[in-house]
Design a protein around this ligand. Structure first.
Ligand SMILES: Nc1ncnc2c1ncn2[C@@H]1O[C@H](COP(=O)(O)OP(=O)(O)O)[C@@H](O)[C@H]1O
Ligand SMILES: [Mg+2]
Length: 590
């Protein structure tokens, strides 16, 4: 990855601050408290000096009590401010990333499938979770406290100079050294951090894929090989972390060394001055300066760290915004949403390619009249799924036109178009939620009675009722607790309750055992009733019932007609039929 995301990238910072706007009051208070903290930080050491010089060394014990009370009060005040400061900056950071995360999720769910074809899911999860987390730190640990630290250093140096400028200059002599070391550290650690972010993304992607596909790993006994791959990624992650820690382990002792130099200079010069000139430097001043030195060095050391936090946040923000900037949504410029859709589908000289010019559908022309059922058949890779993918605009036609009721599909509102086409795929996806929610997809307009009604129609009501909790049964992730056939039935109910004008089935029966097949066949009959249907089918029974069959080969229409017509033609379909269905046919006739 290129080294980008500089802190002085003001455009990026501005963009982050767009998200601060709703929390302006919190932000302003955070800054005010930061300034307050910096301003009162030199007061206590000053009080200590004053007490030492004027009360302790002179033996005025009455004043000592008052000063102690004053110091306790200052301490309490400081604690109170600190508490509110931490609370506010964290609230700000978390609020900002909550809003941002919602935006990112919203955006991702609207991206077209083409984007997901080339983007690993683990990467997107990293963006929406851990990359986003780093942005919160900009507020809680980065930017605001950097302002505070800088202010504190300035205030203390000014107070020091005011108290004793000669002593101050001597004591601060090693500070340029510190600044130099800090710069070097910062540069090195930035690269290390970027490596860490990359490896986190790799880890997530690998884990996500291999846990989802764990059954493949186990079926093929690939645990050892996958373990090795995971080991390698893990090692890179560990090494990147060790590298960054190594920089810290050098930087911190160096800072200690430099601050010890200052301390040495302070004692040497201060003591000399006390001995040679009793009215110059006082023991109180030395005590005060010892504390001040800590208050100068610690923030400068922390500044390097906070600068990195800021930088991490910026790197994270850059990645998150990159997702937000992916403008791969399906354009939705259509405005038509007729009250009733008949479902007359027409493909007119349609050409389609997933990648430029590599056409998988060539010059497709066919019609499915309202209420008709058309079956698409053809070898694997012929373009059957592609044909239905462009009907609901998951992918876009390159040339030609698809119309429904004579209207170009681009002229419909996208939501309208998609909600009138129900697609049932071979791989049913179920969310880890109740059966009911998986059917309605949380559409409150669909009543439970309609769901039960639909379930009875497709013949699934009985098995659902038998599940613990019935329609409230939680199917667990990806429907793991249901059989393929049961999951398929659920997806039919899903299609039925959404009451679409057009029904698309993509090999919806191929993963079902013979026992459920009859059930499913009945379900499909019920589903297709009164609708326009396009079915991609393996089963002869489904194909035979179709009004027409379209035979696809390498993206082109080879033949078209009814089952009987095509058999008589004795062409491609006949060959396909003999190869694919003859055994099924024999099995059925016996
Ligand atoms: N998301 C995709 N990106 C790129 N190429 C794809 C994608 N999906 C399918 N293809 C290609 O398009 C061709 C047609 O695939 P598809 O329509 O899925 O065939 P079928 O459903 O008839 O088996 C195949 O050559 C396949 O490799
Ligand atoms: Mg397919």
């Amino acid at each position: 990855m290129a080294v980008t995301g500089e802190v002085y990238n003001t455009g990026l910072l501005k963009r982050i601050f767009q998200y601060v706007k709703p929390y302006r009051a919190v932000f302003v208070w955070s800054v005010i408290l930061t300034i307050l903290l910096a301003a009162i930080s030199p007061v206590r050491p000053f009080l200590i000096k004053y007490t030492l010089d004027n009360y302790i060394l002179t033996g005025k014990y009455s004043g000592l009590v008052n000063m102690t009370i004053l110091m306790i009060f200052m301490l309490l005040l400081q604690t109170l401010i600190q508490y509110n400061h931490t609370l506010l900056t964290n609230t700000l950071g978390q609020s900002v990333i909550r809003d941002l995360r919602i935006n990112v999720f919203n955006h991702i769910t609207k991206l077209r499938l083409k984007f997901f074809d080339k983007t690993p899911i683990g990467q997107l999860i990293t963006r929406t979770v851990s990359d986003l987390e780093t942005i919160a730190d900009i507020f809680s640990e980065g930017l605001i406290s950097m302002i505070g630290d800088t202010l504190q250093v300035i205030v203390i140096i000014v107070v020091m100079l005011y108290t004793d400028w000669k002593l101050s200059l001597v004591v601060l002599l090693p500070v340029p050294l510190l600044i130099l070391a800090t710069r070097k550290f910062q540069k090195a650690i930035k690269v290390a951090f970027q490596e860490i972010r990359n490896e986190v993304s790799n880890l997530n992607t690998f884990l996500q894929e291999h846990i989802t596909g764990v059954s493949i790993v186990q079926y093929f006994a690939r645990e050892r090989q996958e373990y090795k791959k995971f080991y390698a990624i893990n090692k890179r992650y560990r090494d990147a972390n060790i590298r960054s820690n190594w920089y810290y382990s050098i930087f911190f002792p160096v800072v200690e060394l430099i601050s010890a130099m200052s301390l040495g200079l302070l004692i040497w010069f201060g003591a000399n001055s006390i001995l040679s000139n009793p009215v110059g430097v006082t023991p109180g001043t030395i005590t005060q300066f010892i504390i001040y030195l800590g208050m100068v060095y610690t923030p400068i050391r922390q500044l390097a760290d906070k600068f990195n936090t800021l930088q991490m946040g910026m790197v994270g923000a850059e990645r998150v915004f990159k997702v937000l900037d992916t403008d791969e949504r399906t354009p939705d410029s259509g405005i038509l949403k007729p009250v009733k859709l008949k479902g007359d589908i027409e493909f007119k000289n349609v050409w389609f390619a997933y990648n430029e010019e590599n056409y998988v559908l060539k010059d497709l022309t066919f019609e499915v009249r309202a209420g008709e059922t058309v079956a698409l058949v053809g070898a694997t890779g012929a373009g059957k799924s592609s044909t239905i993918n462009i009907l609901n605009r998951f992918y876009e036609v390159k040339k030609g036109e698809i119309t429904i009721d004579g209207i170009d599909i681009h002229d419909f509102q996208l939501d309208y178009l998609r909600s009138h086409i129900a697609t049932v795929l071979q791989d049913v996806f179920l969310f880890s939620d109740t059966i009911l929610n998986n059917i309605t997809l949380n559409n409150a307009d669909i009543k439970i009675e309609e769901v039960v009604d639909a379930a009875k129609k497709v013949g699934a009501h009985d098995f659902i009722e038998r599940l613990p909790g019935g329609y409230q049964y939680n199917v667990m992730e990806r429907g793991a607790t249901l059989s393929a056939g049961q999951a398929q039935l659920i997806s039919f109910i899903r299609a039925l309750v959404h009451n679409p004008a057009i029904l698309v089935l993509d090999e919806a029966t191929s993963s079902v055992d013979t026992e459920t097949e009859l059930l499913i066949q009945k379900a499909i009959d019920n589903l297709m009733e009164g609708r326009t249907s396009i079915v991609i089918a393996h089963r002869l029974s489904t194909i035979q019932k179709a009004n027409r069959i379209i035979v696809l080969d390498k993206g082109e229409i080879k033949e078209e007609g009814t089952h009987q017509q095509l058999l008589r033609l004795n062409g491609y379909y006949k060959k396909l039929y003999d190869l694919q269905f003859s055994s099924e046919g024999i099995a059925k006739s016996t």
